[in-house]
Design a protein around this ligand. Structure first.
Ligand code: HEC
Length: 150
């Protein structure tokens, strides 16, 4: 009896923070969140791309700022794919994501890991290091989109 009560209490304690951990009111809200996160990724990435290509003046401090932002924003979208109902919440996400969620989330982690490597390269200020790390980072986008985005 005591044991059951304890187990019940433990379950309550464990589940309470989980229920409070979501930032989303509903599935639609979660879809908006992940799309907004992808837009932030796109903006920060595009600026580095233009500097590497020489379309705008290369500025090591600006690359650093964008890479720092990418380290954070590349961790954001994935949580919003794990809210129940998000697979029906609109957006361009393919249903395959939820059939292969582990693979999808691993790709998300890889993107964030490559953003960290880009940040490390940015700290050197060396353009060829940055170009190499940027290329590795950028490859993740198309690879995932080809499989999982409409
Ligand atoms: C692990 C998979 C994955 C990776 C990696 C990924 N994306 Fe996406 N991306 C998606 C999915 C899925 C969607 C569709 C989201 C939705 O509509 O709900 C999306 C949507 C987008 C959108 C459209 C957002 C909108 O407003 O509708 C942009 C822009 C985008 N991604 C940019 C990028 C860029 C740039 C990268 C690489 C730096 C990247 N993505 C990497 C899976 C990924």
């Amino acid at each position: 009896m005591k044991k059951a009560l304890f187990a019940g209490l433990t379950a309550l304690i464990i589940s309470a923070p989980l229920a409070a951990a979501t930032a989303f009111t509903d599935a639609k809200d979660a879809v908006q969140y992940r799309q907004a996160a992808f837009q932030l990724i796109r903006h920060n990435m595009a600026d580095i791309n233009e500097m590497i290509k020489g379309e705008v003046t290369f500025d090591a401090a600006r690359v650093q700022k964008r890479a720092d932002a990418l380290v954070l924003v590349t961790t954001l979208p994935w949580e919003a794919f794990q809210v129940s109902g998000t697979e029906q919440g609109g957006g361009d996400a393919k249903a395959d994501i939820w059939q292969n969620l582990d693979d999808f989330l691993e790709r998300g982690e890889k993107l964030a890991a490559d953003a960290s490597l880009l940040q490390t390269a940015a700290q050197t200020g060396d353009k060829s290091e940055i170009r190499k790390a940027f290329g590795n980072f950028a490859r993740n986008c198309k690879a995932c989109h080809d499989n999982y985005k409409e």
